[in-house]
Design a protein around this ligand. Structure first.
Ligand SMILES: NC(=O)c1ccc[n+]([C@@H]2O[C@H](COP(=O)([O-])OP(=O)(O)OC[C@H]3O[C@@H](n4cnc5c(N)ncnc54)[C@H](O)[C@@H]3O)[C@@H](O)[C@H]2O)c1
Length: 316
């Protein structure tokens, strides 16, 4: 049988590199498209081919249009909320124009499945009715959130117009080896690199803000499961899956769990609350359990231990 072929955009980054490995295990030959703006060649798994280019480029479009790919799994993005607020046009250029370039290429190249890394942390409106399920009201409060939700609508539209199968995976807060401590979503990586350097951990406000932390290898398995999901797209929520644990962990709890996982003690300090920070967040994964046969398998402290071992080994 001819080998199945997948493109993973952002495959030199944190999540995309684990996704590339998971798709290889599914029997795909993986081609990574990445401009290396935050990713690194060393993250690309052995056996995968790296093409260094921008998702907005003609090169990316020609590659996908002419490559005979079965799956495009899209992880390259501008993913810093603060950058999106400071420069919403840059965010839209990378996240929306980049997506459209890939979708047009997928249509030209008769790609069968398009998987998209969305975000359960930014597409839903803030409410106390947690965890959010997929049909919860959407109300992004940043340009980044709008570009993620807008992307889901573009996917649905391409599915309805051209028959391409689409899946949006709405990730909770992803953590694990290879996460950069720079940028918005990297609190675990930030805590880990500070612990390694013997520096205190800073918690903003009272530290009772909650997030739903999901281990990157579980997220990668969800992408593998998504390659096998083939529902008709009748709404964005019908082809969307929350990928998280459904458990809220406060920043203080996370800091303590990270200290436990590392076996090192540093102090936890408080700093003034940051304006505009979401107070609580978690996503209901029942739909993914039922329809993707997926559930998270890594407990927080175990995942943090594996993450800290990686940070202690490589991060500066
Ligand atoms: N980390 C999280 O907790 C989280 C949560 C929800 C959603 N996501 C989404 O998951 C995806 C991957 O995030 P990550 O945490 O692995 O980030 P990352 O920065 O490690 O990975 C992004 C990769 O995309 C590449 N890239 C960026 N812009 C590009 C462009 N214009 N053309 C080509 N390549 C480009 C970068 O070099 C990098 O390798 C993003 O779409 C992000 O929005 C992440």
């Amino acid at each position: 049988m001819p080998e199945k072929k997948a493109v993973v955009t952002g495959g030199a980054g944190f999540i995309g590199s684990h996704v590339s490995e998971a798709l290889q295990r599914e029997g795909y030959h993986v081609t990574v498209i990445d401009n290396l703006s935050s990713g690194s060649e060393s993250n690309v798994p052995h056996g995968a081919e790296l093409v260094v280019c921008d998702v907005r480029s003609e090169q990316a479009r020609e590659l996908i249009a002419g490559g005979g790919f079965d799956v495009v799994d899209h992880h390259a993005a501008q993913m810093d909320v603060r950058v999106s607020v400071a420069d919403p046009m840059l965010d839209a250029d990378i996240n929306l124009m980049g997506l459209l370039n890939l979708l047009e290429a997928a249509r030209e190249g008769d790609v069968k499945k398009f998987i998209f890394a969305s975000s359960g942390g930014v597409v839903y409106g803030e409410s106390d009715d947690l965890p959010h399920n997929e049909t919860a009201p959407k109300l992004p409060v940043s340009p980044y959130g709008v570009s993620k939700l807008g992307s889901e609508y573009y996917l649905a539209m391409y599915s309805m117009l051209y028959g391409i199968k689409v899946v949006s995976l709405r990730y909770a807060n992803v953590y694990g080896p290879r996460q950069s401590p720079h940028g918005e979503a990297g609190v675990v990586a930030i805590f880990g690199s500070r612990i390694k350097k013997g520096e205190n951990l800073t918690v903003f406000g009272d530290g009772e803000q909650t997030r739903d932390y999901v281990f990157v290898k579980d997220v990668a398995r969800a992408n593998a499961a998504a390659t096998r999901f083939d529902a008709e797209c009748t709404s964005i929520d019908k082809v969307a899956f929350n990928i998280g644990t459904g458990t809220e962990t406060s920043v203080v709890q996370l800091a303590n769990a990270m200290l436990e996982a590392s076996g090192i003690t540093v102090a936890i300090e408080n700093a003034p609350a940051r304006a505009g920070e979401l107070l609580r967040s978690s996503v209901d994964n029942a739909r993914a359990k039922k329809l993707l046969d997926w559930e998270p398998s890594v407990e927080l402290v175990g995942g943090l231990r594996e993450t800290y071992e990686w940070i202690a080994g490589v991060a500066g």
